[in-house]
Design a protein around this ligand. Structure first.
Ligand SMILES: N[C@@H](CCC(=O)N[C@@H](CS)C(=O)NCC(=O)O)C(=O)O
Length: 229
């Protein structure tokens, strides 16, 4: 059984998507990041960077003690390895999936996060910062759009953990100031993935957890963006 420590954000959705796609048994422990659950010692013991998601696998393949994993990219890679699903063993397809997985966790996610931060959550509007991250967002959308020309999924024909990592971020394209029609290959990819039953099931998990909008909830804003950490 996989125990998922989760909050309904793009990084959280990546893991429910994998678990639903793979049909692995799992349960969910909500980590309310708007109320500081990510700073509690029990959570820090499995996720020392105080960020969701994290998992505990209580039956790891080596037969040993329960194993915890933090960082969404590492979790996706771990689950793919454990299940033998969504990460090819063929070396070229495998490295392409990993390139785009690392591109997502090192680039797409952080830059889109900064875009949202300066456009939506920062107490002052700083035109330089807004413009920088909007431009970077457009650049990253263009990079993925170009890569998807002639490919159904990121590695070609096969849906992989690279797609699962990128998709939940692209869900928020309107908030990023992006019209998907400007990125036609990405639009087709996005619409193809959106139709998958496991995607819909994964987003249903999110409905069971209350959403907190830091623009409306000052405590969540303080915890997430204040100096309390
Ligand atoms: N690189 C990390 C990023 C995780 C991350 O940023 N998680 C956010 C939610 S999407 C979080 O836990 N934020 C809590 C906080 O900022 O205190 C990953 O890919 O897992």
């Amino acid at each position: 059984m996989i125990h998922l420590h989760y909050w309904p954000t793009p990084n959280g959705h990546k893991i429910t998507i994998f678990l639903e796609e793979a049909g692995l048994a799992y349960d969910v422990t909500p980590v309310n990041i708007g109320r500081g659950d990510q700073l509690k010692s029990a959570f820090l013991a499995i996720s020392p960077n105080n960020r969701i998601p994290a998992i505990i696998d209580d039956s790891p393949d080596d037969g040993g003690e329960p194993l915890s994993v933090f960082e969404s990219g590492a979790i996706l890679q771990y689950l793919a390895q454990k299940s033998g699903l969504f990460l090819s063993n063929e070396p070229r397809a495998k490295i392409m999936a990993l390139e785009w997985l690392y591109w997502q966790v090192g680039g797409l996610g952080p830059m889109l996060g900064q875009n949202q931060h300066f456009a939506k959550y920062a107490p002052e509007k700083i035109p330089y910062a807004i413009e920088r991250y909007v431009n970077e967002t457009r650049r990253l959308y263009k990079v993925l759009n170009t890569h998807l020309d002639g490919r159904t999924f990121i590695t070609g024909q096969d849906y992989s953990i690279a797609d699962m990592a990128a998709y939940p971020w692209i869900v928020h394209h309107e908030e990023h100031g992006i019209k998907l029609a400007d990125f036609p290959h990405l639009k087709v990819w996005f619409e193809t993935i959106r139709e998958r039953p496991a995607i819909q099931r994964a987003y249903k998990v999110a409905e069971k957890v209350p959403v907190m909008d830091p623009t409306q909830d000052s405590l969540a804003h303080k915890i997430l963006f204040g100096l309390t950490q």
